[in-house]
Design a protein around this ligand. Structure first.
Ligand SMILES: C[C@@](CO)(OP(=O)(O)O)[C@H](O)COP(=O)(O)OP(=O)(O)OC[C@H]1O[C@@H](n2ccc(N)nc2=O)[C@H](O)[C@@H]1O
Ligand SMILES: Nc1ncnc2c1ncn2[C@@H]1O[C@H](COP(=O)(O)OP(=O)(O)O)[C@@H](O)[C@H]1O
Length: 287
């Protein structure tokens, strides 16, 4: 009998993608005494994002490369190293030398830092033979979005966004997606603070795309008050042919559109790229 097939996951280089997170809908229900907000959201993920590589090393180190590396250069603290410190303190396993290729804009509502932290935990779990279920509490301690980023598949989030439910019969996978950011960083805490504390109602139930279409992003008005250029992004995206849904993601400023096919998506990317050459665009598909 031949040996069992060895999978890529067992032999491949220790590389993971920090998949861009998209909130297809985000309802804010109330502000808790601790200042955090109870939300209801449909998380979805792009097929693309940051790239994180893990090598063995002394202690924990991080080299940052890529188009948005400069945005993080001055910071002594990074979610990748914070995730690694907590993982290694609990499970041991020697040093970790990470290289992060930062392709997602920073502080942009698509969870780049959260996705990187989750990618770091997945890498360390793979290297150490630890089940990802064992690091979900570490993930939640790093940020409200990090638990959803561990699996990086469509999920419903409640509580701070860290109480997760899988979506049965997910119809989102493969949908053509365009992300657009005017390259204006927006602080998540400031946007939540600007919410008017009016509960506009729960997310619906059922097919996630239908629920998203019937839903809202309650953080759009406070984000627009902080960064008015988001209105132009939404108008340009929403005016493209073949758009089924155009909305802001998370606390902004990145907005997304879903399209009825890749041709319409590519045409929109081309048109927006010409109209606004200074904006960041990412054409992808939902995972
Ligand atoms: C808004 C969302 C939607 O997915 O995404 P982003 O815009 O960050 O991508 C998330 O709720 C953000 O999650 P994350 O970015 O991990 O938040 P954290 O680091 O935990 O919190 C940053 C700050 O946001 C506020 N915050 C966050 C989550 C929440 N449910 N209520 C809040 O009020 C708090 O002021 C907190 O200090
Ligand atoms: N690996 C990382 N990538 C991006 N931001 C990080 C990272 N590590 C720490 N941060 C910090 O987290 C903040 C929020 O970043 P990010 O996760 O990109 O925001 P958002 O969730 O709104 O997209 C940044 O302003 C930065 O200071």
């Amino acid at each position: 009998m031949s040996a069992p097939a060895v999978t890529d996951a067992e032999t491949g280089p220790l590389i993971e993608t920090g998949y861009a997170k998209i909130n297809l809908a985000l309802h804010v229900r109330h502000r808790a005494a601790d200042g955090y907000h109870a939300i209801e959201t449909i998380f979805a993920f792009a097929e693309d994002g940051d790239r994180l590589i893990l090598n063995d090393g002394e202690g924990v180190s991080l080299a940052i490369e890529g188009p948005f590396a400069a945005g993080l250069a001055g910071e002594s603290d990074n979610l990748v190293t914070r995730a690694a410190d907590r993982f290694l303190a609990r499970f041991g396993g020697g040093g970790a030398a990470f290289t992060l290729e930062k392709t997602l804009p920073v502080a942009s509502g698509i969870g780049g830092g959260s996705a990187d932290a989750a990618a770091a935990l997945r890498l360390l779990c793979r290297r150490g033979g630890v089940a990802v279920a064992e690091v979900m509490d570490i993930a939640a301690g790093l940020g409200a979005d990090v638990p959803a980023c561990i699996a990086s598949v469509a999920q419903r989030g409640t509580g701070r966004g860290d109480e997760l439910m899988s979506i049965a019969g997910d119809t989102l996978g493969g949908l053509a997606l365009l992300l657009v950011n005017p390259l204006k960083p927006v602080s998540t805490g400031a946007v939540f603070k600007g919410w008017d504390q009016v509960d506009r109602g729960a997310l619906g139930e059922g097919d996630p795309l239908a629920v998203a279409l019937a839903g809202r992003n309650d953080l759009e008005p406070p984000a627009l008050a902080i960064e008015p250029e988001i209105a132009r992004v939404l108008a340009l995206l929403g005016g493209q042919e073949g758009v089924t849904l155009a909305r802001m993601s998370g606390s902004g400023a990145t907005c997304f559109a879903l399209f009825d096919g890749t041709e319409a998506r590519n045409a929109a990317a081309e048109a927006i790229g010409v109209a606004e050459p200074g904006w960041w665009l990412m054409a992808s598909r939902l995972r």
